[in-house]
Design a protein around this ligand. Sequence first.
Ligand code: ATP
Ligand code: MG
Length: 169
Amino acid sequence: MRALLIGRFQPFHNGHLMVIKEIIGQGIGVVVGIGSAQYNHTPDNPFTAEERTLMIERSLELEGVDDYMIVNIPDIHNYPIWVAHVESLVPPFDMVYTKSSLTKRLFTEAGREIIEPYLYDREKYSGTEVRRRLIAGEDWQELVPEGTRQVIEEIDGVSRLGSMKEKEG
Ligand code: ATP
Ligand code: MG
């Protein structure tokens, strides 16, 4: 069995890691679909798809997780054909893990099984909160796995987020 987990992973945080480990723990393989893959260097999408891939690969390697693959899913801004677009990019899958109401609706209409993962400590573990802390100079490291921390430090992600704040005035 294979599950599809779609997110933007801006960046990959501990909530994402926990849900992947929960799925793998049930003997189900995971396809990680990186949404909005073509966007980067914006406040909502600061990291490139390649940087996000690196964060996920390194974090999962450190956790000993190997039954997964990563696929980039660019936005096409056309909801009626979005599920077909996703299906054309990813290997066959049996269910979709998502909390997004739009993703749920579109896959349900396409006859797909949806599983809503438990959201771990959502106040802390959200991409929005990690980006906020990166900009505010607060402790973002505690919210992300070691692999993500390494990649953000290597690419100097803190100053990238900081420069976006300045641009926005
Ligand atoms: P953002 O705040 O940027 O929207 P996010 O934390 O919601 O980031 P996404 O990249 O949008 O993360 O990915 C969303 C998917 O990741 C959700 O549909 C859900 O399946 C999973 N997810 C996100 N946060 C958690 C969490 N704390 N616990 C479990 N799963 C999570
Ligand atoms: Mg989200």
